[in-house]
Design a protein around this ligand. Structure first.
Ligand code: FES
Ligand code: FES
Length: 216
């Protein structure tokens, strides 16, 4: 019986110790959490960075939240609303722009990642009265219906022609036209990241083929 009492005492001491330790731990975590929260609130200003973007030939210096996507920087900060926000998740291609010669989904990329880089949007390709050949081809072939996907489709198409040209050996291009070396299947494959809910795909391909022919 006496032995059992001693064991119970030990258990009680251990329990008190555990409770005290836990309380101290909670207190420490609580204090640390509070500091963390205070730091987060106090550091809000540090989340802003100076970013220099050359958009359609014009340099813009922006003080921008580090979490701002390139798409939002273009639309909300520079008011270039030609670039469209479809899914905002990299699934539709409506936000496609050309950065340093490569097409990207601007919704998937942070503006701060493009400091010093050159961005071309649909506004920079051409304007009414002075359309880019690809824009003119889209108009001619009815490559759009509602038009929401169209800026992304056109930016992507322009970049696709450059990609194809870069992949064709010079001994081929000297003997064949670019149009002849680019199959419809290849165009469809390369444009597969640009979704058109209106289903204007056949007309889009026709427009790209024509624009490629003009360039050859
Ligand atoms: Fe960027 Fe859909 S809005 S991929
Ligand atoms: Fe309407 Fe493509 S033209 S989504």
């Amino acid at each position: 019986m006496e032995r059992k009492m001693r064991v119970m005492d030990k258990i009680e001491i251990s329990r008190r110790h555990l409770l005290a330790t836990s309380a101290a731990t909670v207190a420490v975590v609580g204090v640390a959490g509070g500091q963390g929260a205070a730091q987060t609130a106090g550091e809000t200003m540090k989340h802003v960075s100076r970013v220099s973007l050359k958009v359609n030939g014009q340099v813009h210096d922006l003080d921008i939240d580090n979490r701002t996507s390139l798409l939002d920087a273009l639309r909300e900060h520079l008011h270039l609303t030609g670039t469209k926000k479809g899914c905002d998740h990299g699934q539709c291609g409506a936000c496609t722009v050309i950065v340093d010669g490569r097409r990207i989904n601007s919704c998937l990329s942070l503006a701060v990642m493009h400091d010093g880089e050159e961005v071309t949007t649909i506004e920079g390709l051409g304007q009414p009265g002075n359309l880019h050949p690809m824009q003119a081809a889209f108009v001619k072939h009815d490559g759009f219906q509602c038009g929401y996907c169209t800026p992304g489709q056109i930016c992507s198409s322009v970049a696709v022609l450059e990609e194809i040209k870069a992949n064709i050996p010079s001994y081929v291009t000297s003997n064949l036209t670019e149009k002849a070396t680019m199959t419809e299947a290849e165009i469809r494959e390369r444009m597969s990241g640009n979704i058109c809910r209106c289903g204007a795909y056949s007309n889009i391909v026709e427009a790209i083929v024509e624009a490629a022919g003009r360039k050859s």
